[in-house]
Design a protein around this ligand. Structure first.
Ligand code: 6CS
Length: 363
């Protein structure tokens, strides 16, 4: 895959053009024209920001299984793993225009299109307790908070999916904010994603996912941040010597569909999709936990990479240094974003208060 990625970019334009031509193809069914104009099977195209074997890929396979079975094969889901059609932002564009029906859209990239969603790039905002985060991210209330901002971009938000704690990799341990001084850290491509690392004194370097391995190898960047499963499958651990576990944030992604397409789905198809999404969400949570644990072992077996776990005291220094980024977020995301941030903080506080664990982030 790493080799494939290097050749990826020049191919993207061509494939995007081909897909764009698909948006009016007979297998793009809208609710109103299904009976008159189209015949089964119909194809739903699902674009991923991650490669085969990833959390997103496993999610897509589970969804495909359910939809194809409930529809007796009348709906077919075509999965496009990362590398086949475009960078994250290009996938979002394809979903907005309807060339793909379903897609993953991660806030770290998406926030330049939907600033409010940048809230998930903020550090030390969600709970230390993964169960608290899982429940908040799965709640209908959260999806409703984002309904308008996604809708304005012709996207229907179908749900948020946590993919595991973000882990920093570099060629040195990153134990204090000062360790980031001047560090060229790769960030996802939105402005707010960069702000989180600027707060530690780093030099954020927004880069598409496909370019990270080669940029690390060529020392054009010094480090990057991703969940363990991605560090393993993209090979980043091969070109870095230290993984720092600071648990700054969960990697959160969102599942979206083209809004007009979704609104036009016949009732039965929409119900199938909604039911399948409800079933897949808890499974995806299990999948990320299992993949992150297993791939940490793979990294251990295949390398001598140094693994550094921060103490609570060390994490606290990062948490303090991260707080001003919330103001940057409010500036970028405006009033609606501020309301979302406040509500999210309240949801975390309330859920932690009900949870009999020591986890508490005193926000
Ligand atoms: O770092 C990134 O850009 C990517 N990381 C993951 C885990 N998923 C998709 C995203 O584009």
């Amino acid at each position: 895959m790493r080799r494939l990625c290097r050749g990826l970019t020049p191919l993207l334009g061509m494939v995007m053009l081909l897909l764009a031509g698909c948006s009016d193809s007979p297998d793009t069914v809208t609710g109103s024209d299904r009976d008159e104009k189209s015949s089964y099977p119909v194809t739903w195209r699902f674009a991923l920001e991650e490669i085969e074997g990833s959390v997103q890929h496993r999610y897509a396979l589970e969804l495909k299984d359910r939809i194809e079975s409930i529809s007796d094969g009348n709906i077919v889901i075509d999965i496009f793993p990362y590398g086949s059609i475009g960078t994250s932002l290009q996938l979002t564009d394809l979903a907005r225009e309807g060339s793909v029906h379903l897609a993953f859209a991660s806030p770290g990239h998406l926030a330049d299109v939907i600033p409010e969603v940048g809230v998930f790039t903020l550090h030390y905002l969600l709970s230390d307790d993964e169960n608290v985060n899982r429940d908040i991210l799965a709640s209908e209330e959260l999806v409703q908070l984002f309904r308008e901002p996604y809708g304005e971009q012709n996207l229907k938000l179908l749900g948020f999916v946590p993919e595991g704690w973000i882990v920093w990799t570099a060629n040195k341990p990153l134990k204090r904010p000062e360790d980031f001084d001047g560090l060229a850290i790769r960030t996802m491509t939105s402005e707010i994603a960069a702000e989180s690392y600027r707060a530690y004194g780093a030099t954020p370097t927004p880069t598409p996912f496909s370019q990270v391995y080669s940029d690390l190898q060529l020392r054009r960047i010094d480090g990057q941040a991703n969940p363990v499963f991605a560090i393993e499958e993209m090979g980043f651990y091969e070109v870095q010597n230290t993984m720092t576990f600071a648990r700054p944030a969960q990697f959160v992604t969102s599942v979206v569909s083209n809004r007009s397409w979704f609104d036009g789905l016949p009732e039965d198809q929409r119900e199938w999709l909604e039911n399948a999404l409800d079933e897949v969400a808890p499974l995806a949570y299990e999948v990320q936990a299992e993949l992150n644990a297993r791939r940490l072992e793979t990294i251990r077996e295949n390398s001598n990479i140094n693994m550094v776990e921060l103490t609570e005291e060390e994490r606290e220094r990062f948490r303090k240094a991260s707080l001003p980024v919330r103001d940057s977020y409010a500036r970028i995301a405006g009033e609606r974003g501020e309301r979302i941030l406040d509500r999210l903080l309240t949801l975390v506080r309330e859920a932690e208060a009900k949870t009999p664990t020591p986890a508490s982030t005193d926000q």
